[in-house]
Structures are given as C-alpha cells and as structure tokens.
Write a protein that binds this ligand. Structure first.
Ligand code: GLU
Length: 399
C-alpha cells in the first residue's frame, strides 16, 4: 500500500473540525492575493477570505493573518521588471507594496467590523527570545482586544542573511510563538501530493501526515511559482516547525472563494497532525533546552500562586540573582532557596532589581517606561514538580 493510500485510508471523521480550534493562523500567499496580469489585489477573493475570517472571529476564535503580496504589489507600482529582483529592488517594492497591502486588509476587515493591526517581523523577532517575547506580547494584546493581526516579513530591512524569505516558515513560527493550535497554509495546490502532479499524473493527494519524515520530504519536490517564494518544500519546513511546536497544520487550496469556510466540509487537503500542543511543547523546551542565567527568589505567597498556575508578579520577588537579560531562562527559588520552577523572564536583571517586591502598577514610575505586569508569564514557566513530565512529553520544538 502506498503512503498516499495509507493516509487516505485514515478515517476523515477523526480529523479535527475547524470549530475545535481556539487560535488559527491563516497564511495567504502572493499568487492567491495578487492578480499577476493587473498587478493588483484580487479584491473579490480577498473579500471572501475576509468573510471567512469574520465568521471564525464571530464564534470567538482568535484569527491571525500572515499575508504576502507586498513585493508583488510594489513592483507593479514601481514598474520594476518581471523575473527575479535584486535585493534592493525587492526591498523598495516591499516598502511601496506593504502600504497598499495593509490598507486593503484594513478595509476588507473593517467592512466586517473587525480592526486589523499590522505587524512586520524579521527573523530575529521570532528567533531571539527577548524580541520574541515582545512580538508575542504585542500580538497577544491585539488578540485580547479582538483585533486581527495582519503579519508579514519586514522585507524592507531584511537582508538575505537575516530573512525568512518565504511566509510559509514565517507563518509557522508565528503560529508556534503565539500558541496557535492550527496553521492553515492557503496554497495554489490542494495539498501535498506523493509526487509533483505536473511531473507525475499518477500522483495522489496525501490526506494526513502523522510525522514529517524523509519519505514526506522527498514528495515535496522543488521551488515555488513566479509570484511566491514558497513551494511545497517550504511548506514541509513549515510543517516541521508547526508540529514540533504543538500546532496542527493544514495545506489547502486557496484558489477558490471562501477558502477557509469550505474546510468545514471534508474537502481534499493535507493535514499535518501533532501529538503535542503549543503550551506543552514550549514548556518542554524551557524545561530541557535552556541554561538558566540567574534566579528570582520569591516569598511564600508567590510560591503558592505559582503552584496554582498563576504568573509570577514582581511583588512576590524578594531577591534577584544573576546577570540575565529579558527572554533568558531563570530559576524560581522559594524562601528556602529550593528550585520551585523556571521560566523565561520578562525583564533584564537590572530592571528586575528595581521592580522586585513592588506593585505592578508602580512599574512605569520605577522604570520610566510602561512595562509588563508579570515578570514570568505562566505559559513561559515550568514548575519543578512538572519538569520531568514536561521534558518527557511533547516534542523537540521551541515555541
Ligand atoms: N514577504 C513577501 C511579500 O510580502 C512574500 C514572501 C512569500 O512569498 O512567501 O511579498
């Protein structure tokens, strides 16, 4: 039995329903969004996607959009030639196109009473821990306020060494970083085939991938289309990032109207399933992969609150040890100096010293800038009593 047949034989009814997801990242690529001949946005299609987003939003799901298209839009406006662009040309095109892209997203969402918030990220914002905590906090706040973050790579400043270059992997990192439980990659194909269908007419659509292994990677073939950078290969890379971080991923055909709501029915697409979830995966990473750079000593009240699953507030910190920077892993020690947990700290050591023992509402006065109310967020914390379990469970991914 071929891999495709095995996968196709998986009971479709057992696949998760869109309704079960709490936070969904939807990635739309340039070839779907941009009319190649006219060099403008395919407005009708985008309206239908915006309606799907509004429907999910109305049922309480957090929705994040990762939208490509800035370079494709900007190059038309600037009259740049077809084919590959030089780095400075694609940066200039992105600078021009991103304004139009963000405006169109804001319009189509506003028509449905949804506020859009633009976030432009570079590789460092998702890979360096202190920056990642910042990006995550901003996105988290936007979602709390029921806005829809519209995210793209900051192509105007990203050079080849420090860029993703494709929004598939970027979307996967955004999904794991924000603890999304589903990533939908809208594509110009229905999903992953056992071989590139253009080369092999006998190729079959793979319905479910339980694990990305060498066989799956071999199916991916080569690069993308003229407009978008990501081909199936970057989608498989994205699947590895997403599933390692506890996020399920779906590749689905985006070339149709209402590309997301149609997924409520059983349409052909490819699911990449994970046995983990975003919080477990992150906790495992914190528990096992990071060298602690210091410690926060806490009072009995804070120790109890933490044991009950609460975040650590500056008020409960009695002493700060070590020379850490925000985003580093630090130990949490109780009054007897025993390790009761560890986590990613939201402040540099020099700031932590100033706010230790103080009320969160005094932070702006103490630091001269508004800061976060918590010093270690509960999602970024592993309790010593859970550490072994967290280490054994989950996957290898950082999230
Ligand atoms: N960030 C690029 C843009 O907005 C797109 C990258 C991709 O095609 O995946 O044009």
């Amino acid at each position: 039995m071929s891999v495709a047949n095995q996968a196709a034989a998986a009971p479709s009814a057992a696949l998760p329903s869109l309704k079960t997801f709490r936070r969904i990242v939807i990635k739309a690529g340039s070839s779907l969004l941009i009319d190649r001949e006219q060099g403008c946005v395919k407005r009708r299609w985008l309206e239908s996607l915006a309606q799907d987003i509004a429907d999910l939003h109305a049922q309480g799901t957090d929705v994040l959009v990762v939208s490509s298209g800035s370079i494709a839009l900007g190059r038309t406006v600037l009259g740049l030639p077809g084919g590959g662009l030089k780095l400075e040309d694609s940066q200039a095109a992105a600078a021009v196109g991103q304004i139009a892209l963000a405006r169109i997203w804001a319009e189509v969402l506003a028509d449905r009473k949804i506020t859009a918030g633009q976030i432009l990220v570079t590789l460092g914002d998702t890979e360096e821990r202190h920056r990642y905590l910042n990006a995550r906090a901003t996105i988290g706040r936007l979602l709390d306020l029921r806005a829809v973050p519209v995210i793209n790579e900051n192509d105007t400043v990203a050079t080849s060494e420090i860029r993703y270059g494709d929004n598939d992997r970027l979307a996967a990192r955004v999904a794991t970083m924000t603890s999304a439980d589903l990533l939908i990659l809208l594509s110009d194909v229905p999903g992953l085939y056992t071989a590139p269908p253009s080369e092999n007419p006998a190729a079959e659509l793979v319905a479910v991938v339980a694990r990305v292994d060498a066989v799956i990677e071999a199916m991916a073939g080569g690069g993308g289309s003229a407009l978008s950078r990501g081909g199936m290969r970057t989608k498989i890379e994205a699947a590895k990032i997403a599933t390692a971080g506890g996020t399920h991923m779906l590749i689905a055909d985006g070339r149709v109207a209402h590309p997301v709501s149609r997924l409520h029915a059983l349409v052909p697409c490819t699911w990449f399933l994970t046995s983990s979830n975003p919080v477990t995966a992150r906790k495992k990473w914190i528990a096992g992969s990071l060298e602690p750079r210091g410690a926060l000593h806490v009072d009995a009240g804070a120790a109890k609150a933490i044991a009950n699953g609460k975040s650590l507030l500056p008020a409960g910190v009695t002493r700060v040890e070590g020379n850490f920077t925000s985003g580093d892993c630090v130990l949490i020690r109780n009054a007897q100096a025993a390790e009761i947990g560890r986590g990613l700290v939201g402040y540099d050591a020099s700031e932590a010293v100033l706010i230790a023992g103080r009320n969160s509402q005094d932070i702006p006065a103490l630091l001269g800038t508004p800061g976060r109310a918590v010093i270690i967020h509960q999602d970024d914390m592993v309790l010593a009593r859970d550490r072994i379990t967290a280490w054994e469970a989950g996957t290898d991914g950082k999230s």
